[in-house]
Design a binder for this molecule. Structure first.
Ligand SMILES: Cc1cc2nc3c(=O)[nH]c(=O)nc-3n(C[C@H](O)[C@H](O)[C@H](O)COP(=O)(O)OP(=O)(O)OC[C@H]3O[C@@H](n4cnc5c(N)ncnc54)[C@H](O)[C@@H]3O)c2cc1C
Length: 513
């Protein structure tokens, strides 16, 4: 392998290990040669100008939003149609070359990290809205359409609820693969609740249609398996989504508290009181400070926590519940409640919340975005544990999260190589805490390459073996985004433990895949 395959970035900025440890320089070099041999075919399939191989071109694709990892692909192909995607996948299949589908590359778990020396299939040119059927609440899009473009295509009468904070750039293909969520998922559900059908290309180039426009298709729920599979089962080229009518009324408030514990009490009181807000988002003191520096929306920087709460529904329902909401916040100890009187004011509250991740750059040169889930009732205890861990590691941790879902996003601040290691360790401890409290190692950012080592903390060997069988059924040659999600590299046909011939194999009635 040439030393340009795996980039050695500034050690102050990244983890010591750049690529999955199971990969080797020899394998990358072998892949690079295989890709070189099929470049003419790839150029014919997608057009020469849409196949990048030059160093300065492919470097753009060597990381996703998680910059800790980098790997240099041999080629990046940007097909212009589903047929061209199929052709690119088929060419890779025949050459035995692994590929990674990529949307906008905003993922935060290294899901779109290339295989060194492999191929990246970028979906950015597949960005047409193919069909809008508002009477039936359906929209059909290509995977490169961004999340906000879906709502724009069906508005103002309808909208598409899952709304990642990255929605102005992230693609529906990426949302599909990550089962992405957002502030409004507490009431409305995640991507999986809105995907009705998909056209997908399997790793041998076969095009399949899964699901359709109807809400409940018979047979096994293969669509459910595909959503959230992080590009490891197939590349999706067309998606049918459900969209819903825009609520008649939306009202938003921002409530400020002395502590996250008071804000947590308010969240519990609101939810147990029977109101289901469209969104309940929490920012702690450090997150408020960073957001304020970045946006200047006027949030009080001496507050210990902020809640941004949105109610939506019919005019009368929202009016009745909004007064209750305000008094519930006050009873829980809110020091100030600000009500957005106009849509512009509400947009400012959301601007502060949605800016939180990038805004951390204002207070720390580097930070690690963590994503874990806990039962909502454990919020106060877990936030205290995170604070204790931050003190122990002498690092600052900001918390900004979807409080209604118990989906935490601790932002672990650090600078320099020594602190990078500490930050990674602290982030791991936070995940372990989430699991210990009955939660999960990811709420919406996926496992990718970053969290695969934590999969055995949530799943036993039989569970992981079941995942592997599913993966083998879709992609027996392990060409679609290999090295992601599963904690250890496995080949299809490999089963945990020593090999034992199954009686059906012995009888010639079954074969191992
Ligand atoms: C500032 C910021 C805020 C964020 N906020 C949120 C948030 O609120 N909620 C949330 O859920 N996420 C959030 N994210 C994470 C990220 O934006 C989402 O995971 C998003 O869905 C990724 O979309 P993408 O197009 O960038 O996908 P990519 O990063 O390009 O890819 C993500 C994964 O999807 C696969 N993939 C992409 N396209 C396809 C396809 N067509 N077929 C099959 N597989 C495919 C890739 O192989 C990869 O595994 C945030 C990220 C940032 C940087």
């Amino acid at each position: 392998m040439s030393d340009t395959d795996v980039v050695q970035p500034d050690p102050a900025e990244v983890k010591p290990e750049q690529v999955p440890s199971e990969d080797s320089a020899e394998k990358a070099a072998e892949r690079r040669r295989a890709v070189e041999s099929v470049l003419p075919a790839l150029r014919e399939a997608a057009g020469a100008e849409h196949v990048y191989t030059e160093d300065h071109q492919v470097r753009t694709y060597e990381s996703d939003g998680l910059l800790h990892y980098r790997a240099r692909p041999a080629a990046v192909v940007l097909p212009g149609s589903a047929e061209e995607v199929r052709e690119a996948v088929r060419i890779c299949f025949e050459a035995g070359v692994p590929w990674v589908a990529r949307g906008a590359g905003s993922g935060l778990s290294g899901g779109a990290l290339p295989v060194a020396g492999g191929v990246v299939i970028g979906l950015s040119r597949l960005r047409r809205v193919l069909e809008v059927d508002l009477d039936n609440g359906r929209v059909v899009v290509e995977p490169g359409v961004t999340n906000v473009e879906v709502s724009a295509a069906v508005g103002p009468t309808h909208f598409y609820p899952p709304d990642p904070s990255s929605q102005i750039v992230c693609t529906i293909g990426g949302n599909f693969a990550e089962n992405s969520g957002g502030a409004h998922c507490f009431k409305y559900g995640f991507t999986t609740n809105y995907v009705l059908g998909a056209e997908a290309i399997l790793s041998d180039g076969t095009m399949v249609e899964i699901g359709g426009a109807a809400s409940d298709m018979p047979g096994f729920d293969l669509l459910g398996a595909l959503v959230g599979s992080e590009g490891t089962l197939a590349v999706v080229t067309k998606i049918t989504l459900r969209v819903i009518p825009t609520p008649e009324s939306v009202r938003t408030l921002a409530a400020f508290f002395d502590s996250v514990s008071d804000a947590g009490d308010a969240v519990s009181a609101i939810v147990t009181g029977g109101v289901i807000p469209a969104a309940i988002e929490m920012m702690d003191k450090l997150a408020i400070e960073a957001a304020e520096l970045a946006t200047g929306v006027g949030f009080p920087t001496d507050a210990g926590a902020a809640l941004i709460i949105e109610l939506d529904g019919s005019e009368s329902e929202v009016e009745a519940q909004f007064a209750d909401l305000e008094s519930t916040c006050e009873r829980a100890g809110a020091t100030e409640v600000r009500i957005a009187e106009t849509a512009e004011q509400a947009a400012l509250f959301w601007k502060a919340r949605k800016a939180c991740f990038p805004a951390m750059g204002r207070i720390s040169s580097s930070y690690y975005v963590q994503d874990g889930v806990i039962p909502r009732t454990k919020l106060t205890e877990v936030l205290q544990r995170i604070e204790d861990l931050a003190t122990e590691y002498e690092l600052r941790v900001a918390n900004v999260f979807h409080a209604g879902d118990g989906n935490l996003h601790p932002l672990v601040c650090y600078s320099g190589p020594d602190e990078a290691e500490k930050a990674e360790e602290l982030s791991g401890k936070i995940l372990e805490t989430c699991v210990e409290f009955g939660g999960s190692i990811t709420g919406e950012h996926g496992v990718g390459v970053d969290k695969k080592a934590y999969m055995p903390k949530m799943f036993g060997e039989p569970d992981l073996a079941a995942f592997q069988k599913l993966r083998c059924a879709f992609d027996p040659h392990a060409l679609a985004n290999p090295g992601k999600v599963m904690p250890t590299p496995r080949l299809c046909g490999e089963v945990p433990g020593p090999y034992r011939e199954h009686p059906l194999e012995r009888a010639g009635l079954a074969e191992r895949f």
